[in-house]
Ligand binder design. Structure first.
Ligand code: IMP
Length: 181
């Protein structure tokens, strides 16, 4: 398989090192507590799988699915809830896991939704944050990397459903006419 229009932005090694650091920080902060880790599908699935294996406190996992992009590389500005999570989170410590935060709209929507259910606390872990573009109402205490405003794929993130299986994060250099294979 050839990805001629992809350029490595963050290598597999860099990701694994950073995920271990994030896991250690989360483990220290929640020592003596239990966590509910809520991942935002689909992009979170690889980051979340690696992150929870580096967290040393008792936890359960759940998933929520939201969309704002469709098949585009630009946010539609409207967040839609596609799948809600199952387990009650009232009085539990919640960690929301996002693959990437771009405008921050998805996260603002999610946090509003989660805080209404009265958790003991709700914190955010994001692998990537596009620093320049955020209009965030909430801090991101656990962030992997700040990146410039590129459209990226890999390590769970997609373009039209593809590239999620890359073990690194790559920049899609020309997202007008991508050659998928
Ligand atoms: P936001 O609502 O604009 O912050 O967008 C967040 C969601 O958009 C993420 O969870 C991703 O699913 C998607 N997204 C944003 N930027 C990218 C990107 O560069 N590559 C792939 N997906 C992205």
């Amino acid at each position: 398989m050839e990805h001629s229009k992809l350029r490595v932005l963050i290598s597999q090694e860099q990701i694994q090192t950073r995920v271990r650091e994030l896991g250690a920080a989360i483990s220290a902060d929640f020592a003596g507590h239990e966590l509910t880790v809520i991942g935002t599908l689909k992009g979170c699935f690889i980051f979340m799988a690696d992150l929870v294996r580096n967290i040393q406190v008792p936890l359960n996992v759940d998933f929520i699915e939201v969309s704002s992009y469709g098949d585009s590389t630009v946010s539609s500005g409207v967040v839609r809830l596609d799948k809600d999570f199952k387990h009650p989170i009232t009085d539990r410590h919640v960690l929301v896991v996002e693959d990437i935060i771009d405008t921050g709209l998805t996260l603002n929507y999610l946090m509003e939704n989660i805080l209404l259910r009265r958790p003991a606390s709700a914190r955010i872990a994001a692998l990537l944050v596009k620093e320049a573009k955020q209009s965030l109402d909430h801090p991101i205490p656990y962030r992997g990397f700040n990146i410039d405003d590129h459209f990226v794929v890999g390590y769970g993130m997609d373009y039209r459903g593809y590239f999620r299986n890359l073990d690194h994060v790559a920049i899609m250099e020309d997202d007008r006419q991508p050659s998928l294979f």
